[in-house]
Write a protein that binds this ligand. Structure first.
Ligand code: KMH
Ligand code: ZN
Length: 275
């Protein structure tokens, strides 16, 4: 079994300091949170950025500054910018961080309700457009799927040449509007991807740690962090992203799974070699 890749989704676009005062907005706060996760064992930082007042942005320069600061504080770490951004952003707005040629970026594989009147829109043409951009720039997509139908979409688009193999999925589970976070749902998704694909699982809220444990046992990989969950245990706020990563590391150790370094992660995911 491969070593365990831990991704920390340190920031997100929806959670606010009102939900947990440790949510990072400023450059320094992003570095602090990335460093805490990296020190605890995360090899990938899934990154959204905000302005200092907490407003989410996909601005290329804001990404550049924060990515450079994180890279300096966390030698070797893989930084995976979001191309999902926040609900309502245009495609080209969302794609800005790909202009920085990161090793990885997310590629959201379908449209879903996102609570209230919000719709997170990813039409087939949008996914093709994003897929082409990532192929052109040698960026490995993390295929974010919020439901089973999005796996079908990714598989169809791989056949048409918009996504390259080996495919790497992120099962985002428990979003209001997407698939649930039960073990049955996990087994369903996990059994629906090709045998040569890899996956990580991001369980929302209370689903985060049970699904992490399932993926650790199954040979999959794990994403945790404030984007998905702000609690370390029922009703107790996590002090940092690092605290959430530490919990996954403890689970992995108990279950006999070693943690992948960034170099090992690059190998497991066949990341493109960048200069
Ligand atoms: N903030 C959500 C609307 C991604 O990072 O690619 C989209 C999202 C997915 O978080
Ligand atoms: Zn995200």
């Amino acid at each position: 079994m491969d070593k365990l890749i831990i991704t920390a989704a340190i920031c997100g676009a929806e959670v606010l300091k009102e939900h947990n005062p440790a949510i990072p907005y400023t450059v320094e706060e992003c570095v602090r949170e990335a460093r805490s996760a990296y020190d605890a064992g995360a090899s990938i930082i899934h990154l959204h950025v905000r302005y200092n007042d907490g407003t989410p942005t996909q601005d290329k320069e804001r990404f550049r500054v924060i990515m450079e600061a994180i890279a300096q504080a966390c030698p070797g770490v893989i930084i995976q910018p979001s191309t999902g951004g926040a609900v309502g952003m245009t495609n080209d707005e969302r794609l800005q961080p790909t202009e920085l040629n990161p090793e990885m970026a997310t590629l959201d594989c379908g449209t879903l309700n996102f609570g209230g009147d919000e719709i997170f829109e990813n039409t087939e043409n949008t996914i093709k457009y994003f897929g082409n951009r990532m192929i052109e720039r040698g960026i490995k997509p993390e295929l974010e799927v919020f439901d089973k139908s999005m796996i079908e979409m990714a598989l169809r688009l791989e056949k048409k040449g918009y996504i390259q193999k080996p495919m790497h999925f992120d099962f985002v589970m428990g979003v209001n509007g997407g698939i649930g976070g039960s073990l049955r749902d996990f087994v369903f998704l996990r059994g629906s991807i090709p045998s040569d694909a890899t996956y990580t699982v991001a369980g929302l809220g209370r689903f985060e740690m049970p699904l992490a444990a399932a993926a650790i046992i199954d040979g999959g990989h794990v994403r945790v962090g404030f984007e998905d969950n702000v609690y370390i245990s029922k009703g107790v706020l996590a002090k940092s992203n690092g605290e959430l990563v530490e919990k996954v590391v403890r689970l992995a150790r108990e279950l006999g799974r070693e943690i992948a370094t960034p170099a090992e992660t690059r190998e497991i995911l066949s990341l493109p070699v960048k200069q």
